[in-house]
Write a protein of this length. Structure first.
Length: 313
């Protein structure tokens, strides 16, 4: 038993080096993922049109209409992606997209494509936008009121240039220290106002409280709090030990000296650690979903700023 404990201790110290190495490479990993997105994002946005599913019978009905037009016009390959409310159609070239939009708009008769085509953004002129960026203000004292935070944001965000605070929500105070999180969603122009003008640090003074609001970017993938699986999963196997991954006990009763991750099946870290390779890959995928200004995906300095503000956990 003693020899096993010594071996486990040596193994733990050795595998902890993996943690240190991974922590050192998190930013580099994310930087490469964002650069890769940036290489294709400008082209993707210029070739994609968006259609509302609220007025359509189904995404399939819209796809059939688009494919019928593509065959008639002898277009290149057309790709589809849908969310709960939108269908995104990516054409082979920006020219083919514009030709399709002109054809739909100039159609004499009312049809499903004409009724569901979303208008171009008046600022960017594009017909496709990513999801609103999720921001958070963490560990806020109860003296900082939601309506005052909204007033600060409204004064900072330039709506004449397309900036928009889409939503803002107050979180529940912590039972331990009474502090809470305010979460919000903004479009890319509002994101620029907050991070380009203010570097994510906004002065707050309501006459009673004077402080600085530090904005963090929330691109965290959803993770089960019981089994730590990432993303949607139909069933949960129940709570697992956060240290070794076993189902028979919890971390407070764990006697293992070596941690084990149930997500990537590797020792040296636990399933809830942000430097887990699997978690980091899923995190990078989430970053790709949001409406960051293109310069934050292409310019090295801004990419560095973006990564600095990302909240991993």
């Amino acid at each position: 038993m003693a020899s096993e404990s010594i071996l486990e201790a040596i193994h733990e110290q050795t595998t902890n080096l993996e943690k240190a190495s991974s922590l050192a490479t998190i930013r580099q990993h994310l930087k490469e993922a964002i650069r890769e997105q940036g290489r294709t994002e400008r082209s993707t946005r210029s070739k994609t049109a968006s259609f509302s599913l609220r007025k359509a019978h189904s995404a399939e009905a819209l796809q059939d209409k688009v494919m019928a037009y593509a065959l008639m016009a002898q277009l290149g390959p057309v790709a589809f992606r849908s969310s709960k409310e939108l269908l995104f159609v990516q054409f082979a070239t920006p020219g083919e997209k514009e030709a399709a939009i002109d054809f739909i708009k100039l159609s004499d008769t009312s049809n499903i494509l004409k009724e569901t085509l979303l208008p171009a953004n008046p600022i960017t002129k594009g017909h496709f936008e990513r999801l609103p960026v999720k921001l958070e203000l963490n560990n806020l004292h109860s003296s900082i009121k939601l309506d005052k935070v909204k007033e600060v944001l409204d004064s900072l965000i330039d709506d004449s240039k397309g900036g928009k605070l889409i939503s803002i929500k107050d979180g529940k105070p912590s039972a331990i220290n009474g502090k809470r999180t305010i979460s919000m969603k903004v479009n890319s122009h509002a994101f620029s106002d907050i991070f380009e003008k203010m570097n994510g640090m906004v002065p707050f003074n309501d006459g009673k409280t004077k402080t600085t609001l530090f904005f963090r970017i929330n691109c965290r993938p959803w993770q089960c709090r019981a089994c730590y699986a990432i993303g949607h999963h139909p069933t949960c196997d129940g709570k697992t030990c956060t240290k070794c991954g076993a189902k028979e006990h919890q971390a407070t009763n764990c006697t293992k000296r070596t941690r084990f991750c149930t997500k990537c099946k590797k020792p040296g870290h636990s399933a809830r650690d942000s430097h887990c390779p699997r978690y980091l890959n899923e995190f990078a995928k989430e970053v790709r979903k949001f409406d960051f200004p293109l310069e934050y995906l292409e310019d090295n300095e801004r990419i560095g700023q973006l990564i600095k503000q990302l909240q991993l956990k």
